[in-house]
Ligand binder design. Structure first.
Ligand code: NAD
Ligand code: DAU
Length: 350
């Protein structure tokens, strides 16, 4: 029987890769991409699949409870994969309430709508909540986040994601509502909005602008290629145990300054310029308030229980990512016009 899956945030960075993975891999599923098209949402990310018969886009703001419910009534989804969110830490520092509205209230609206249309019969139904490793707070020089690590968020973004995770678990514990959660580390890859470190640096290198490194650049993140995150979501959505969370990562830690130096080296190579050209743009700037020192994921549960392994090494993934941006400069120029210029001015020159 044909299944209908609503994927929220499908016009964004990760969501667009999840939508593509599901539309192409499961011709028997009807994939409904539910997205408000905020500054971060872009239907150009899905140009290659937009005319396929098992794909539909609906423009819905998840903070609008009535519209969410009427959309769920119309499409009668068997499953929900929830990625829609305000996702950028620096924006959350400037405007926390927008993060509460979308990430907390929006998530509860989706939980309620699914609970109402499923009418207490959860057989064959699933709500997959896509979360982040930032809910665990920060690590020192050693250690890894496991699924048992206590929540300790520090930014308004991570506090809102932690809150949404708690609501998702509360629906499971209170109503026996069928949930699974994933908490993933930093993603990178094509279609990443240039407010985030890697695409921001690529965009700035191409425009000969400074590469702003917060603080001393020793902050550490654990990077996973976005298509490998989409594959993990596919696995957990189908085979994860109800009520459980799975950490997703690739055991791939980089200090920001080393990562940006590697990026500069690869861009110089690809543009056939003297080594050191891009790195001259590196500029240390004022640190992010409340900046978490280190994230690192222990991804052994998803590996042992579901056989998950990333498909590309970091070197391959970064090379593919740079190639994509070099071949898609129109995409970069389009998303970096308008609102982005105001954001950039306030964040880096304000
Ligand atoms: P993104 O900012 O690129 O995309 C977010 C999408 O959500 C956009 O298409 C936007 O239009 C949509 N959206 C925002 N507010 C909405 C609203 N009120 N109603 C409907 N749609 C709305 O985000 P991303 O980086 O792709 O992240 C997707 C999800 O994955 C988020 O939940 C994020 O917390 C989580 N996550 C991200 C990362 C990462 O490294 N980017 C890592 C782990 C988890
Ligand atoms: O860990 C998962 C999280 O990764 C996701 O939940 C978030 O949605 C996603 O945005 C990302 O959060 P980060 O804050 O880690 O990503 P960002 O790209 O903003 O920053 C990565 C690191 O680079 C961080 O230590 C801050 C630093 N940085 C960032 C920017 C934008 C800089 O040094 N300079 C910059 O200009």
């Amino acid at each position: 029987m044909k299944k209908t899956i609503i994927i929220t945030g499908g016009a964004g960075f990760i969501g667009s890769h999840v939508v593509r993975e599901f539309v192409l891999k499961y011709p028997g599923y009807h994939i409904v991409n539910l997205d408000a098209l905020t500054y971060a949402g872009n239907l150009a990310n899905l140009k290659d699949i937009e005319n396929l018969t098992n794909y539909t886009f609906v423009k819905v703001d998840i903070t609008d409870a009535e519209k969410v419910l009427s959309t769920f009534r119309e499409y009668q989804p068997d499953g929900v994969i929830h990625l829609a969110a305000e996702s950028h830490v620096d924006r959350s520092i400037a405007d926390p309430l927008a993060f509460v509205m979308t990430n907390v209230i929006g998530t509860v609206n989706l939980l309620n709508a699914a609970k109402i249309i499923w009418e207490g019969n959860f057989e064959g139904k699933r709500f997959h909540h896509v979360s982040t490793d930032e809910v665990y707070g920060t690590l020192g020089e050693t250690g890894l986040f496991t699924e048992e690590t206590s929540y300790d968020p520090h930014s308004p973004y991570s506090a809102s994601k932690a809150s949404s995770d708690h609501f998702v678990r509360a629906y499971h514990d209170t109503y026996d509502f069928p949930v699974v959660l994933t908490n993933c580390s930093n993603n990178y890859g094509p279609n990443h909005f240039p407010e985030k470190l890697i695409p921001l640096c690529i965009h700035n290198i191409l425009n000969n602008r400074p590469l702003p490194i917060y603080g001393d650049g020793k902050f550490t993140r654990d990077w996973l290629f976005v298509i490998d995150h989409a594959k993990a979501i596919d696995l957990v959505f189908h085979d994860g145990k109800l009520g459980e969370s799975y950490n997703v990562g690739g055991f791939n830690e980089w200090q920001n300054i080393d990562l940006v130096n590697e990026l500069c080296k690869q861009v110089d190579e690809k543009l056939k310029r003297p080594q050191g050209t891009a790195a001259k743009l590196i500029t240390f700037v004022k640190d992010r308030p409340g900046h978490d020192f280190r994230y690192a994921i222990d991804a052994s549960k998803i590996n042992k229980e579901l056989g998950y392994q990333p498909s590309v090494t970091f070197e391959e993934g970064l090379s593919k990512t740079i190639d994509w941006y070099l071949s898609n400069q129109d995409w970069l120029d389009q998303v970096a016009s308008g609102e982005y210029q105001n954001y950039y001015q306030k964040q880096y020159q304000g």
